[in-house]
Design a protein around this ligand. Structure first.
Ligand code: BDR
Ligand code: CA
Length: 316
């Protein structure tokens, strides 16, 4: 039986690839809904981009919901300088057929989890955690329906990518992240320590492009755009492919090494706001609230991605 998932995202090229990877994996994952949040770009674009990806993947009946337009307590930040003005530069934007559902994403999350059997729904946040933090604050009882959370956010050894000490998703809504990381359900946290190892090198992007189907073309186009900015920033041979690590973890847990430890979010300091203090060496008595990902088989990850994206060609 496939695992029931809700993907909470802010597409974003890498969020888009995470959606494709999940859509290509119906034996393992049943997508109950895609919930969009403001993050890389404003909400009106992230929800449109999520619907575009459903169109491209031929999944126009997947329900897509728009959620929170701004973080829980802080002022919004965005990341057009990385993702381009549309959030998904590298593919041509269009108005998708996939409809936007009328319900607010937070209402969808609350109602779905309250109706679910105990411990049966997995949440996959790949953007700022505003929708989830708001849902938990409004109705803590929803947590009973949650099997686990596999998130992209935070950094330990890598330092920050948006401030010297903070990763973008956590910095964009540190208060929501604080609520989610302390919610008491099992969480696997994929931070920059692993996503910065999953590099979309020219060779890997070329392999995806060679697949020659529409989804692979869109993926290669978006990764090509990502490549330009991030390779300059990091001096690496390819841009990190952050968000699909969450879905890959669910499909192939063996690709990642994780360790149970405490993760606490800085919500006060102006200097280090959004920092994730990961107690990797267990030097405090704080409870182990996350499985922190610290190693990854990047070749294995790209093998999986290529194998799954190839499936879209089989229906063409
Ligand atoms: C995260 O921030 C966004 O730019 C990406 O989509 C990813 O979710 C990486 O820090
Ligand atoms: Ca994202």
């Amino acid at each position: 039986m496939p695992r029931k998932v809700i993907i909470d995202c802010d597409p974003g090229q890498d969020d888009a690839v995470a959606l494709f990877l999940a859509m290509a994996s119906p034996d393992e994952l049943e997508i109950l809904g895609i919930t969009a949040v403001a993050g890389n770009v404003p909400l009106e674009l992230t929800q449109r981009n999520a619907r575009m990806m459903c169109d491209i993947a031929g999944r126009k009946s997947l329900p897509v919901f728009a959620g929170c337009e701004r973080p829980m307590r802080r002022e919004p930040i965005t990341a057009e300088y990385i993702h381009g003005n549309t959030g998904i530069d590298g593919v041509d934007a269009f108005e998708p057929d996939t409809p936007l559902q009328g319900r607010h994403a937070v209402d969808f999350i609350v109602e779905t989890l309250l109706a679910a059997e105990k411990g049966t729904v997995t949440l996959i946040p790949t953007g700022p955690m505003t929708n989830l933090g708001t849902a938990i604050e409004r109705e803590p009882g929803i947590l009973d329906g949650v099997e686990q959370i596999v998130s992209m956010g935070g950094a330990m050894r890598e330092g920050g990518n948006r401030s010297p000490s903070a990763e973008f998703n956590v910095l964009a809504d540190p208060h929501a992240a604080d609520i989610v990381f302390n919610c008491g359900r099992p969480i696997t946290a994929m931070g920059l320590d692993v996503t910065h190892r999953v590099l979309s090198t020219r060779e890997r992007v070329a392999r995806i492009r060679e697949l020659g189907n529409e989804v692979a073309d869109a993926t290669a186009g978006m990764l090509g755009f990502f490549h330009r900015h991030d390779t300059k920033k990091y001096g690496s041979e390819g841009a990190p492919l952050h968000d699909p690590c969450t879905v890959a973890r669910l499909l192939r847990p063996d690709l990642f090494g994780t360790k149970a430890c405490n993760l606490s979010v800085e919500t006060q300091s102006e200097l280090t706001l959004g920092h994730t203090a990961v107690d990797f060496w267990h030097v405090t008595d704080r409870p182990h609230n996350v499985h922190w990902a610290y190693e990854v088989d990047a070749d294995g990850f790209y093998e999986l991605l290529v194998e799954r994206l190839a499936r879209f060609g089989e229906r063409e």
